[in-house]
Design a protein around this ligand. Structure first.
Ligand code: GAL
Length: 976
């Protein structure tokens, strides 16, 4: 310890895990022992330091009338006392382990309770805390029970029988909670610091002869199709599994034919474990996890994780989650083809794991341990390499494993996250392996894999994953360990950083996971944005992030990096992920009328799905029917013939859409829920001329205007001012986009951070110099040079307008000048149209947004959305809302009048009620104020990709928007 003080440290600062508690044990919600929930309203008092108040409040009779009230479970900072703090890696206090600041918000909690009338007379009781951040001291009826640390872990105290410490009426439970403790050094996860009693408090009866612990061992032999069950219990008793006809003693094993458990087939058998004093209902899933031949197998099969990292988060209640929210998370995961969850970075509420068993998810259960803030100190003083902390680490490992060991969904134990390396971690691994050899050990922070059974990485770029897939990754040093590691299966415990718009590059990762059997998938970072719901003065809800609570140190919106928005609406990233990881691949040759269906499930055949086809012309369905697909086994493909297509108009663009849907309802979706789809173009889009032939009408000068067909132009600037009577702010070249979090990248990224480079170059403030406005040969030609100040970079841009009398067409050519060393954000036109044109209908990719490397889920069709609904409300506003491959778009007012734009080639369409500059300046969604006059439309020839550089690799080369010569055209027509 670096401290020089001599008096012993108080309990909240010493390195011990606590005192006075019971050893951890397995826990089941379905015991017949009496149980009293102590959730509800408690009396609450907040003090600024740990010692500001003495402990007299714990004595019965203390007058707490002046206290506030607080809900338990809850975090006091979300109930009007103090404020949350967000830091990613940095400790928000001086690093002087195990000491904490004198300013240590301390919440005293009081609850008076009676036992229910039917509470049994004999037998002990225990008081159980499911989660308290970060350190608690507990008294019952004035008597101290003990102290504990380990926020996301359970802690229990024996309170004896009624008549001893426990009374029938008027029990006084007092809990003092300190925000900061030595435990805080072990809990430096990237999340909000949220003190409080945030999970349930329960009084549980422990009758004579009740279970102090039990361990369900239920394996599956995929060769024989038999499962073997043995339940060890203390004290012993009997186990029955009626469905299997089993009735055996604890400690005895039985082998019978069973259906195995998997994430795809979460088959559970109801069982009962009975001892003299207690009966516990269990749900047993039979499965065997093993690393064999360098692969992670469950029940003999390689599995591919299509995973997410899930923090517990609710936009109002923080980590105090209710059961409905837990279920909602899992239902959303299942509906989006997610099959695995890493409980980053701590054991979740125990009920969540029960739901994983039931609904079917592979789980990496992670210990509540992270010491990342020591990284900035070159890991000096890192608790995981200091033997004085080892008891605390082992205590955490045991509390996780003992509580959660009976869940079939858990296939890996994770020692923690981002702690560097150290002897304490090895001690944890040794203990876990000894206690539960039936699962695999995970820890990402030690690249040597000395203690682990899988090679796990975060944010490894695609090319590195490719090398790892070939088991030819570069050595780390020790040849022995390198050999061992190369023989291990590989996962990305975090990849594809879903911060803001993105992540890009998912499809390319998935192809690698499918190409190399060693690559067993990954877990997107992360499931949900941790933004707290707040109201703007005008009443609009927005989501607050780091810095919004006056924190001295914070990491801004890095806490909003999920596939769900804080209110659990799926973001475009989740829609994309669902498509990329779909367990059925649908490919083929639409022109030849053939389709290839491949089953990418790990376990199930395709008999649970029904397939259908539609045939579309110009995006409209002209034929549809069922498609009979054989019940292919995992890994199998079939080539099928599609029916003869319906006749369509010559020149129509046609294609097939094939869909796979659930044949029957499941626990997580209705029958008909879409699982996978594919589109196969049949007849391609007829070549459109780049522009209308000139000569439909001649350009004529009319005062300071030029008139060309339906178009009116400013004679001095050549800018279009009206089209068929519709006022427009002329389309002109636009290369700026409001940088995304991924454009801006992260400080530690080696790649180029284009968001910053673009701004440094001044791409957000280019000027348009008009060199010539020429009316000749039935065309109006406007020559310009578009460039930012202080550089010789520029884009020579020529606009050539022609008309057929009714419509206007515009060909644009762009020639870069100077040495462009970075890609462009976007390349296209921006135009302003009257605000009344608030409805968009288009033929192109949709319905959601897409960018070059996030376009797998963009589906060709006819779509309609209002301009307001085209927006994606990223918590920190940034570029969003582009639609890909748009052939044409109509923007109309409620009376049906408006504008139609057709592109040659297809283009990216974006429309919003504010400018890109306003979007760029906004920090929260209420900063975006709709213009009363204008809808701003971008018609882009190109967009730069999105990538994942806010914490991962940048945009892959093929998705760069390189500054090069470009030519594109649009035809504009009035509608209505
Ligand atoms: C990882 C870390 C996560 C999160 C992520 C970035 O390094 O394990 O907790 O911080 O980066 O969002």
């Amino acid at each position: 310890m670096s401290s020089t003080q001599h008096t012993p440290l108080p309990y909240y600062e010493d390195v011990s895990p606590g005192s006075g508690g019971l050893p951890p044990r397995a826990w089941s919600p379905a015991s017949d022992a009496a149980r009293l929930s102590l959730t509800g309203t408690w009396a609450f008092r907040l003090s600024p330091t740990a010692t500001a108040e003495d402990d007299s409040f714990a004595r019965p009779g203390h007058d707490a009338r002046g206290w506030d009230e607080i809900p338990v479970p809850g975090h006091w900072v979300l109930h009007g006392h103090g404020a949350p703090i967000y830091t990613n890696v940095r400790y928000p206090f001086p690093v002087d382990p195990p000491r904490v600041p004198t300013e240590n918000p301390t919440g005293d909690h009081l609850r008076v309770f009676d036992l229910p009338a039917d509470w049994p007379e004999g037998g002990d009781a225990v008081l159980r805390f499911e989660g308290v951040e970060s350190c608690a001291r507990v008294w019952l009826n004035g008597e101290e029970l003990g102290t504990f640390k380990g926020s996301r872990l359970p802690h229990e105290f024996a309170v004896g029988a009624v008549g001893e410490l426990l009374r029938r009426r008027g029990n006084v439970l007092a809990v003092r909670v300190h925000q900061w403790s030595s435990g805080s050094y072990l809990e430096d996860q990237d999340q909000w610091w949220l003190p409080g009693i945030f999970r349930e408090v329960v009084l549980e009866h422990r009758p004579e002869g009740s279970l102090s612990d039990f361990f369900v061992h239920a394996s599956y032999d995929h060769i024989t199709g038999e499962g073997t069950l043995r339940i060890d219990a203390d004290p012993g008793g009997r186990v029955t599994v009626p469905e299997l006809g089993l009735d055996l003693a604890t400690g005895e094993s039985a082998t019978v034919a069973v259906e195995p458990w998997s994430a795809e087939t979460p088959r559970l058998y109801e069982a009962e474990l009975t001892t003299v004093g207690e009966s516990v209902g269990l749900r047993v899933g039979f499965r065997t996890v093993a690393v064999e031949d360098g692969l992670l197998r469950v029940n003999g099969r390689r599995v591919l994780f299509r995973g997410v990292n899930r923090h517990e988060f609710h936009p109002e209640y923080g980590r105090a989650l209710d059961l409905a929210t837990m279920r909602r998370d899992l239902v959303l995961m299942k509906r989006h083809n997610v099959n695995a969850v890493r409980t980053s970075h701590y054991p979740p509420h125990p009920a969540f794991l029960g739901l994983c068993d039931e609904l079917g998810l592979w789980v990496i259960d992670e210990c509540d341990l992270e010491t990342h803030g020591f990284a900035g100190l070159d890991w000096r003083g890192n608790p995981v390499d200091d033997p004085r902390w080892t008891p605390a680490l082992l205590d955490r490992a045991a509390r996780m494993v003992e509580r959660d060991k009976n869940h079939p969904s858990i296939v890996m134990w994770s020692l923690g996250n981002e702690c560097g390396t150290g002897r304490g971690l090895s001690a944890m691994a040794d203990w876990v392996r000894e206690r539960d050899p039936s699962r695999v050990i995970h820890y990402e922070g030690d690249l040597s894999c000395a203690d682990t059974d899988v090679y796990s990485r975060m944010y490894a770029p695609h090319d590195e994953v490719d090398r790892i897939g070939q088991r030819s990754e570069p050595p780390w040093g020790d040849p022995e360990l390198d050999r061992k590691r190369r023989a291990l299966p590989f996962i990305q415990c975090e990849y594809a950083h879903a911060m803001g718009n993105g992540p890009g590059g998912l499809s390319e990762y998935q192809r690698l996971f499918e190409a190399h059997e060693r690559c067993q998938g990954g877990f997107v970072w992360e499931w949900i944005d941790h933004g707290f719901a707040r109201r703007a003065p005008d009443g609009r809800v927005f989501y607050a992030y780091g810095g919004d609570f006056g924190e001295e140190l914070h990491d801004g919106n890095f806490v909003c990096d999920g596939l769900l928005f804080p209110d659990r609406t799926p973001s475009p990233g989740l829609i994309e992920y669902k498509k990329v990881i779909e367990p059925v691949r649908i490919e083929g040759d639409g022109a030849a009328g053939t389709v290839r269906i491949t089953n990418h499930h790990d376990v199930t055949d395709l008999s649970h799905l029904v397939f259908s086809w539609t045939y579309e012309a110009e995006g409209e369905v002209v034929g549809s029917g069922e498609l009979t697909v054989p019940p292919l086994a995992p890994g199998e493909s079939a080539d099928l013939k599609l029916p003869a297509p319906a006749a369509t108009e010559p020149g129509d663009e046609t294609g097939w859409t094939i869909e796979a849907r659930l044949a029957t309802a499941t626990a997580w979706a209705e029958a008909g829920h879409p699982v996978a789809w594919g589109q196969l173009p049949a007849v391609g889009r007829a070549q459109r001329p780049r522009a209308l032939a000139s000569g439909g009408a001649a350009a004529r000068r009319d005062g300071d205007r030029i008139v060309l067909g339906p178009g009116v132009f400013d004679a001095a600037t050549g800018a279009l001012t009206a089209l068929g009577g519709l006022a427009v702010t002329g389309p002109r070249l636009d290369i700026w986009r409001a940088p995304t979090d991924n454009d801006n990248g992260a400080s530690w990224q080696p790649d180029e951070r284009y968001g910053l480079i673009w701004r440094r170059l001044g791409l957000h403030r280019v000027r348009h110099r008009v060199d010539a406005v020429e009316a000749a040969d039935g065309a109006l030609t406007v020559r310009t040079r578009v460039a930012p100040a202080a550089t010789d970079l520029g884009l020579e841009t020529v606009y050539r307008w022609t008309t057929d009398g009714d419509r206007l067409s515009l060909s644009v050519s762009v020639t870069p000048r100077g040495q462009w060393t970075c890609p462009l954000p976007r390349l296209g036109l921006r135009l302003g149209v009257p605000a009344a044109l608030g409805d968009a209908e288009w033929f192109g990719g949709g319905p959601g947004e897409a960018y070059p490397d996030t376009r797998a889920a963009s589906r060709l069709g006819r779509w309609a959305l209002s301009v307001d609904d085209l927006q994606t409300p990223y918590v920190r506003p940034q570029e969003n809302g582009a639609r890909a491959d748009v052939r044409w778009v109509r923007l109309t007012a409620p009376d049906g009048t408006g504008l139609r734009v057709e592109g040659a080639p297809p283009f990216w369409f974006t429309a919003r009620r504010w400018t890109t500059e306003q979007l760029d300046a906004a920090e929260h969604t209420p900063d975006l104020v709709a213009s009363a006059d204008t809808v701003w439309v971008n018609l882009d020839h190109g967009q730069h990709g999105i990538g994942s550089q806010s914490c991962g690799p940048g945009v892959l080369e093929p998705h760069h928007l390189v500054a090069g010569p470009a030519a594109f055209a649009f035809t504009f027509a009035r509608v209505g």
